[in-house]
Design a protein around this ligand. Sequence first.
Ligand SMILES: NC(=O)C1=CN([C@@H]2O[C@H](COP(=O)(O)OP(=O)(O)OC[C@H]3O[C@@H](n4cnc5c(N)ncnc54)[C@H](O)[C@@H]3O)[C@@H](O)[C@H]2O)C=CC1
Ligand SMILES: CCCCCC(=O)/C=C/[C@H]1[C@H](O)CC(=O)[C@@H]1CCCCCCC(=O)O
Length: 259
Amino acid sequence: MALEGKVAVVTGAAQGLGKGFSEILLKNGAKVALLDVAEVAGKSLKESLDEQYGPDRTLFIPCDVQSQQQFKAAIQKTVETFGQLDIFCNNAGIINEVDWEKAVSVNLMGVVRGTYLALEHMNKLSGGQGGVIVNIASIAGLGPLLSVPVYTATKHGVVGFTRAMADASKESGYGIRFNLICPTFVQTDILNALQSPAILGQFSNLEDSTKKLMEQHGILDVSQVTEAFLQLVLDETKDGAALMVLSKGSQYSTFPSII
Ligand SMILES: NC(=O)C1=CN([C@@H]2O[C@H](COP(=O)(O)OP(=O)(O)OC[C@H]3O[C@@H](n4cnc5c(N)ncnc54)[C@H](O)[C@@H]3O)[C@@H](O)[C@H]2O)C=CC1
Ligand SMILES: CCCCCC(=O)/C=C/[C@H]1[C@H](O)CC(=O)[C@@H]1CCCCCCC(=O)O
């Protein structure tokens, strides 16, 4: 998929990985709607992107992925402004083992909500032009991260949902590819949560074990993950793929075959 003239939505785009995904899409010619609940950071990012790419290449839309009404309106505004929707990245995510219902709501329900709303515009069966949806899971979507069981569960949920949607899309003819990014630790603000007793709650005693894992495996730069993301967007042969981003490089996950 060539990106010139394509239109993308990225959730959780104000900072961290979402900002990186948005920037690599812009560099490659796409227009990007930046959705985030963080209004100050989102507006400030839009201002700096305007200087680099001009004001017509991005939109910042305040949006909490937990709100059906806000999310639907944000996608509607994107399509009204840019005329189409080709690439959708469900990236917004949090760690919160105390308010674990919020973690499920943002990380899993937000991804399902975003995917279904994107389908309303992208699905070839309902007049869309197809495209690609990339959901941001984690290595913790493929195996356990001991200090954050609910975060682990939500990311396993994102992996299962995305793979099932890829099969549903192929079988039904939506014309949409569904892929996953599963990074190990990346240098962004979310890592602070892994050292916060207020967020880890009953698992705070496992903070040091997690720190050891980070020391052992290293911490990636955002750019290593954005390159992997671009590969999944561009490569039309990748559908239902889970690309792990590790310190030794990127590699596709294999899954047990049950049929
Ligand atoms: N940094 C890491 O080590 C890894 C991160 N991930 C995943 O990558 C994704 C991005 O995380 P990072 O950039 O690392 O974290 P981050 O904390 O730097 O950025 C998350 C962004 O999501 C936004 N956000 C949070 N709740 C939201 C909501 N309800 N609605 C809309 N936006 C919301 C925040 O305002 C923030 O801009 C997450 O899904 C995370 O689980 C996956 C594996 C490793
Ligand atoms: C913000 C959450 C960060 C999520 C990172 C993550 O999912 C880490 C998972 C660890 C799991 O608990 C067990 C591990 O050892 C995982 C890290 C190991 C990944 C292999 C990395 C190998 C490499 O980078 O070469």
